[in-house]
Write a protein that binds this ligand. Structure first.
Ligand SMILES: Cc1cc2nc3c(=O)[nH]c(=O)nc-3n(C[C@H](O)[C@H](O)[C@H](O)COP(=O)(O)O)c2cc1C
Length: 323
């Protein structure tokens, strides 16, 4: 029922994408999302070396024969990363879909397109979406202010950003940020998007390779439990409220610099939190949609439920309009 340009281009059954998530988007999760008919996306930089990344692509292939993608996050990192070496792996392993984020993928477009790769660029402003289209990206994924991770510095929510982006570009638009159930999915289509990209919702699934206490935290958290950190660095991140996040925000209010914040905001702390379930250990990326999460289904049950309920909503809307 929801087949469109995006599903045809990506070779998927349902227009549901699982955004790349540092430490979370491993084979188990990405493979399960693709197997369920959506598009699973591995996070390349979760793997410290290109060799480990290549092994993870093989592990994903053992789980699913269906298309999956790889996320390349192009944000500044404390340790320099050789992105080209990860692109070598993507090309050598024959991955055909890449999600870029963080900054313009322009320096890498020639290689990616030359290898026949579909590039989905995820960004946070209409002008960035237009640039993505101009430089040859195939799909633009637009992340509203509600989203987990880096919503940018302009605080425009999905309800505004999605239709504005749809009006501004001709390539398919994916709505990202704030989506977690069938209602949001149908709303995204109504806004003109051709699919949704979800991060937070997929963390609370059986297959997500994170400690069970993190999933329980996501169930407990309400829509009021996320906060913004790193705004003073112009690298805003939306995370779940915990003592470390509060401390970072307080230090920022007192003029702390990157060097002062680095020991607290390091991704290594976030990694340990996810592995050990010590919820106060680091920053936990999370979107406001966490308030809509009340269970930890399998990925397949989640995707099936969203599709079944989405069809029911469409039928209900048609019935209402006919009476
Ligand atoms: C735990 C977590 C880690 C994330 N890490 C990344 C990342 O490394 N790179 C990236 O481009 N997006 C990252 N994201 C953002 C997601 O890919 C996606 O854009 C976002 O979660 C969509 O908003 P939602 O959480 O409201 O669904 C992360 C999200 C979560 C929840």
């Amino acid at each position: 029922m929801f087949q469109n340009r995006l599903t045809r281009m990506l070779g998927i059954q349902h227009p549901i994408l699982q955004g790349g998530m540092q430490w979370v988007s491993r084979a188990e999760l990405a493979g399960a999302v693709s197997e369920a008919g959506g598009l699973g996306i591995l996070s390349a930089l979760t793997f410290p070396t290109p060799q480990e990344f290549a092994a993870e692509i093989k592990r994903t292939r053992a789980i699913t024969g269906k298309p999956f993608g790889v996320n390349l996050t192009l944000l500044p990192t404390m340790k320099p990363i050789n992105i080209e070496s990860y692109i070598d792996v993507i090309i050598n392993e024959g991955v055909k879909i890449v999600e870029t984020a963080g900054r313009s993928p322009e320096p890498y477009m020639e290689r990616l397109k030359g290898a026949g790769i579909i590039v989905i660029h995820k960004c946070v402003a209409v002008r960035f979406a237009k640039t993505a289209e101009r430089i040859g990206c195939d799909v633009v994924s637009i992340d509203g202010f509600e989203c987990a991770g880096h919503p940018g510095e302009e605080d425009i929510t999905s309800l505004i950003l999605v239709p504005l982006t749809v009006d501004a570009v001709k390539i398919p638009v994916v709505a990202s940020g704030g989506f977690g159930d069938a209602r949001g999915f149908v709303a995204a289509l109504a806004l003109g998007a051709e699919g949704v990209n979800m991060g937070t919702r997929f963390v609370a699934t059986q297959e997500a390779p994170v400690h069970p206490r993190v999933k329980e935290w996501f169930i407990r958290a309400s829509e009021r439990d996320t906060m913004l950190v790193q705004r003073s660095l112009k690298n805003t991140g939306r995370v779940l409220r915990n003592p470390i996040a509060e401390k970072v925000a307080e230090m920022e209010r007192h003029g702390a610099r990157l060097e002062d914040l680095a020991p607290l905001i390091t991704g290594q702390r976030g990694k340990k939190l996810l592995e050990t379930g010590d919820l106060d250990y680091g920053l936990q990326t999370c979107g406001q949609v966490v308030g809509l999460i009340h269970d930890v289904p399998t990925v397949k049950d989640l995707v099936d439920r969203m599709m079944t309920e989405a069809k029911e909503i469409v039928v209900r809307l048609q019935t209402v309009s006919e009476t």
